[in-house]
Design a protein around this ligand. Structure first.
Ligand SMILES: [Zn+2]
Ligand SMILES: [Zn+2]
Length: 782
């Protein structure tokens, strides 16, 4: 209304100037415009089109699509999908002056009116593309009143939108029968290809069908459609719209199309993206269509073999290590499979990781300066306050190198390392890399965490393994193309990552006979397997410079299978995938970072060699961080000439002693040697005439654990085990409970006693040298 007042004021001014003749002309010209402006305000144009969300791969192709909110297949075209051939065919057929008229073509109206009068038939030539869009947006009966409304809406379209935008709207909305609307949906559902790839014949086919969408149904009336198509092709030939040879080819092109299902590539991924970005008509993802299709095919075939072992599900994630984007996403091997819950998304499922967290722990221990790859660690039975980790095969290896412990996935060394690094500190690292369950359960986790005691997702594991391929930098996975910022967090150092990369290539490849690197085309990779407790989850995660691939195999039902394990059930698929997607890749292996050094270490300890260390090997280390203490794998002991007795400083005879080198084993290793009957060089028994009572090397009570509260079931008459690690010269120990003698036993013998009442207990162990240790526990009965 303000506009009107304003105009009135101007009119008065004009009157004063007595330019009435001019006013008359102006009124005639201005009146319709003023009316239009007022109506435009009162009845604004609202375009409320609901599109089918479309998921595209990195090459722009549609991999999956969902119905619009009004249950239509109506996909939004992108500007570059309106190819010249299509545009030319549509404009020539529907509205050749589209780019020159204001939404209404007066010449066409006059011609149509004339035709109506002379022939008595209604022809459609007068409707411009803009008017057709108006009719598609506001469908109404064909009356003269509605025709006027349509003209008004056409005007509004021209007023608010560019010609290209109006043409795009038209191509998005034209009907193709059933619930298919728009050129893009038609192109994908009829021809299974992008509008960009339409041939001239296909483009013309899509141009003619909207005239009679209900009687020109693709797949049902193809012969009629071809007749109709060719009629228009001949018209285009006459108009010289396209090169003659192109038209001739198009005339001969058969039409074999039928209505197809919408593409269903990467269904779990597509559904995840759809849920997350529902409001976007086109969700442009980073998925690599070729890689995805290869992974889908390989996993499907692979699982056909495994199902005979009662193993039914697999999930795979492929990350590009350069760009941090997801290239393939397989939630399960068969989405359509109902009996074994194929719709569950295994990439996001929370499962027990088995041993797959171990490399992260070893990297953290390298960075803490606790170990290097050649450091010797003992793999013998241990007891952490009642927690007694066991190895996968139930046996123990004694002294092993760190690299061997990791490559063969020994459990005891991993638990020992976690105890040294600290559960809290390790959990913090995993939290830094967005492990959701670590965030949720962080405070309640204990040492069993490293053997799979806390759930993880395949996507979390795979993303953190990718950090090893990126010098220890973790990056959250990128899903969308426009999301181009790469966030990185330094979780491990470049040096520790390199050490892990070297260790994880030391296993035998399942795809190469006798470990022969006989094909230079096969990609080199580092990988780690895992098997969860109860054989419910098999993992294999591998990487090189190009890709990180995570594979999980198991049953969504949680059913364990005796044959299920990471090496046999998941690793073959990992290698199939690498060989398919990275075959013949030229990328070299990781080179050592500047922060890493080489040094000779003693093979007995993995520490820098001492004068008595004869066997030395090269090891990598982190200068300034890795331990520098020299090897002490031998110690000098004064012994009698016949080698029968050992002496201490107070009892060395005047006649002199012989100094001899003896192995300097840790007490736990001696216990292990004795229990396994492994021979070793013993230090001779101490001089029996020695008067000194030692306070060094007193026995260490390893069971029961000091300061622990033991809860026993009274009716079962449970017993507690007494065990100590005594010095290697000790033959016998004496056990006391509450200062009452219990038993004399061999140094490493297990002794049992049955507590009779609840309360505090003092446990004492005295060795045959008179050295004593006390320990206190409390006992409660249920
Ligand atoms: Zn040594
Ligand atoms: Zn002595």
């Amino acid at each position: 209304m303000r506009n009107l007042k304003h105009t009135n004021y101007k009119l008065k001014q004009l009157l004063h100037k007595k330019n009435r003749w001019l006013l008359g002309t102006a009124l005639v010209l201005l009146f319709p415009i003023v009316v239009f402006i007022v109506l435009n305000k009162l009845y604004p144009l609202t375009i409320n089109v609901s599109y089918s969300p479309v998921i595209t791969a990195s090459d722009g192709s549609v991999i999956n699509a969902f119905l619009s909110s009004d249950d239509k297949w109506r996909m939004q075209l992108e500007p570059d999908e309106i190819i010249p051939v299509l545009k030319q065919a549509v404009l020539l057929k529907e509205d050749r002056y589209f780019y020159y008229h204001p939404g209404v073509n007066p010449a066409a109206i006059v011609r149509a009116a004339f035709n109506n009068l002379t022939t008595g038939k209604t022809t459609s030539g007068a409707s411009t593309i803009t008017m057709q869009v108006a009719r598609l947006l506001y469908p109404k009966d064909r009356t003269y009143r509605n025709k006027l409304i349509e003209l008004f809406r056409a005007g509004q379209l021209e007023w608010n939108y560019s010609k290209d935008e109006i043409l795009q709207l038209y191509l998005n909305l034209v009907p193709y029968g059933g619930n298919i609307e728009g050129v893009k949906a038609a192109s994908i559902l009829y021809f299974h290809q992008s509008p960009k790839q339409l041939s001239l014949a296909q483009a013309v086919t899509l141009t003619v069908i909207p005239n009679k969408p209900s009687s020109l149904r693709i797949g049902e009336q193809n012969a009629r459609i071809v007749d109709f198509r060719n009629k228009w092709l001949r018209y285009y030939k006459q108009e010289q719209a396209f090169p003659e040879t192109a038209i001739q080819d198009a005339l001969n092109e058969p039409l074999e199309a039928t209505r197809l299902e919408a593409p269903k590539v990467a269904p779990h991924f597509a559904y995840r993206m759809f849920r997350k970005y529902k409001s976007q008509p086109i969700i442009k993802t980073t998925l690599n269509r070729q890689v995805q299709e290869k992974v889908e095919q390989l996993a499907y075939n692979y699982m056909q073999r495994l199902r005979y072992q009662n193993i039914h599900n697999a999930a795979v994630l492929v990350i590009n290590n350069q760009t941090k984007v997801v290239e393939a996403y397989l939630g399960s091997a068969d989405f359509s499979e109902v009996a074994h819950s194929g719709q569950v998304d295994g990439v996001r499922a929370i499962r027990s990781p088995g041993s797959t967290l171990k490399p992260f722990l070893y990297a953290a221990a390298f960075d803490r300066g606790l170990i290097t790859p050649k450091t010797i660690i003992s793999d013998v039975p241990i007891d952490y306050a009642g927690y007694r980790p066991q190895n996968y095969f139930g046996n123990y290896s004694g002294n092993v190198t760190i690299e061997h412990a990791l490559a063969t996935s020994l459990n005891v060394p991993a638990v020992k390392l976690l105890d040294q690094v600290g559960v809290h500190s390790f959990v913090q690292k995993l939290q830094q890399a967005d492990f959701s369950e670590m965030k949720a359960e962080g405070d309640q986790l204990g040492l069993s965490l490293i053997l799979g005691g806390c759930g993880v997702k395949l996507e979390e594991l795979t993303a953190l393994y990718a950090a090893f391929a990126n010098q220890g930098n973790y990056s959250p996975i990128r899903w969308l193309q426009h999301d181009s910022t790469i966030v990185t967090r330094q979780v491990f150092s470049p040096a520790s990552s390199f050490m892990i990369n070297q260790i994880l290539t030391q296993l035998l490849r399942p795809d190469l006979p006798h470990n022969a690197q006989n094909s230079s085309h096969l990609p080199k990779i580092a990988w780690k397997t895992g098997t969860s407790y109860g054989r419910k989850d098999a993992w294999s995660i591998g990487y090189n410079k190009n890709y990180t691939v995570g594979v999980w195999v198991g049953n969504f039902s949680g059913e364990g299978v005796p044959e299920l394990n990471g090496t046999d059930s998941a690793t073959p698929l990992l290698f199939d995938i690498f060989n398919a997607i990275d075959y013949n890749s030229s990328n070299s292996w990781f080179s050592p970072p500047k922060t890493i050094g080489n040094r000779a270490v003693c093979t007995e300890s993995g520490k820098p060699g001492n004068t008595f260390c004869n066997d030395q090997v090269m090891d990598t280390f982190i200068p300034g961080i890795s331990p520098v203490a020299k090897c002490s794998h031998l110690k000098k002991v004064p012994v009698s000439e016949n080698g029968k007795y050992a002496f201490c400083t107070t009892c060395q005879p005047q006649s002199g002693v012989t100094l001899k080198w003896y192995p300097n084993y840790a007490p736990e290793i001696l216990t292990f040697f004795d229990s396994e009957h492994i021979p070793y060089q013993r230090i001779p028994a101490h001089n029996p005439n020695c008067s000194r009572i030692f306070h060094d090397f007193a026995p260490v009570i390893t069971s029961p654990t000091a300061e622990m509260e033991y809860i026993l079931e009274q009716e079962e008459r449970q017993k507690l085990m007494l065990h100590c690690n005594a010095h290697n010269e000790v033959k016998q120990v004496h056990w006391y409970i509450n200062d009452k003698f219990v038993k004399t036993a061999a140094a490493n013998e297990n002794v049992f006693f049955e507590p009779e009442k609840a309360g505090k207990y003092k446990i004492s162990c005295t060795d045959d040298q008179g050295r004593n240790t006390n320990s206190y526990i409390s006992v409660q009965f249920l």
